[in-house]
Ligand binder design. Structure first.
Ligand code: RIB
Length: 318
């Protein structure tokens, strides 16, 4: 089996930059406004397409019969993603995300799912069978029934299932048991454990990651933003640092991580190598504005990886 299948959302992002994110009830002036291709599923597909060496990358999802749907398809095609499984529906418009990004690079996102709600279990199962891909990427901007059916079928067929539980939603243990790698960010991890908050310290990370293994995922990679990631599985509990950069826009950094991780694993990199590759790609993504626009190319990621390993050699020799 070869190739990577991404099942999920395609959204047109309406992005405004502001100095500070507004408080509840507050109106704040915005700077530039941009319409950019996004959606957690499509962003992950774009990352796989841009970062893979020789994988077939296919996206499964729904768009409306409108100009946004065509633009989203075009953006994926330009990133080497096959969009034959992206269906046009007439019942709803293409999904939309309203995104506000403040000067620190942090954002707020509101999504109107639109056509993404039309994605059916049967079409996803048919795509999994037709694509025969080694890895399946899932997120939670599609109907939960469809996500669960995709994970169940892919796992039964021996595919690797990588679930990004974003945005946070309550999940059945049965779905989590079909997952090979679960990749929550801080607030998603806490929500899955029935807790509130959006910050996990490096001291707390091992226990949180271990608690997330209990319902059944084989591995947890806890995404901790600038603190890097924490990997936990039956035999390992380990921190991976992220390179330090000035963040411009964190939108889609997590999506970039998942796409890069899948691209690296599918070409045979070890899990350790794949996590270094993915943290580097995600770090580069926060240095540029936009979702798909911010996803780096393979040469950019490799150049930063080389610089990182040269730095660690210098530190060791110092
Ligand atoms: O993860 C970032 C994405 O979340 C944006 O592109 C937006 O469309 C929402 O889905």
């Amino acid at each position: 089996m070869k190739g990577i299948l991404i099942v999920g959302s395609l959204n047109m992002d309406f992005v405004v930059r502001v100095e500070h994110l507004p408080q509840r009830g507050q109106t704040v002036p915005g700077a530039e406004f941009k319409t950019l291709p996004g959606g957690k599923g499509a962003n992950q597909a774009c990352a796989v397409g841009r970062l893979s060496r020789d994988q077939t990358v296919r996206m499964v999802g729904c768009v409306g019969a409108d100009a946004s749907g065509e633009q989203l398809r075009a953006s994926l095609r330009a990133a080497n993603v096959d969009v034959a499984f992206v269906r046009t529906v007439t019942a709803a418009a293409t999904g939309v995300a309203l995104i506000t990004v403040e000067q620190s690079g942090q954002n707020q996102i509101v999504v109107a799912a639109g056509a993404n709600e039309c994605l059916q279990p049967a079409e996803v199962i048919a795509a999994i069978d037709a694509a025969a891909a080694s890895h399946l990427l899932l997120q939670l901007e599609s109907p939960l029934e469809t996500v669960a059916a995709a994970a169940r079928h892919a796992r039964a067929c021996g595919r690797q299932v990588i679930l990004d539980p974003a945005p946070a939603r309550p999940l059945d243990a049965a779905l989590l048991a079909d997952v090979d790698i679960l990749t929550p960010n801080e607030s998603e991890a806490l929500a899955l454990l029935g807790l509130t908050g959006s910050d996990i310290s490096l001291d707390e990370a091992p226990n949180i990651a271990r608690a997330l293994l209990a319902p059944g995922p084989r591995r947890v990679i806890l995404k901790l933003g600038e603190k890097g990631v924490w990997l936990a599985d039956e035999t390992c509990s380990r921190h991976f640092a992220a390179p330090r950069v000035d963040a411009v826009d964190v939108t889609a950094a997590g999506d970039c991580f998942n796409g890069a991780l899948a691209a690296a694993l599918a070409e045979g990199q070890t899990l350790t190598e794949a996590i270094h590759f993915a943290t580097t790609a995600a770090t580069l993504a926060v240095t540029k504005p936009g979702a798909q626009d911010s996803i780096p190319t393979r040469p950019e990621v490799e150049a930063m990886l080389q610089a990182r390993s040269a730095q660690s050699v210098e530190v060791e020799n110092a």
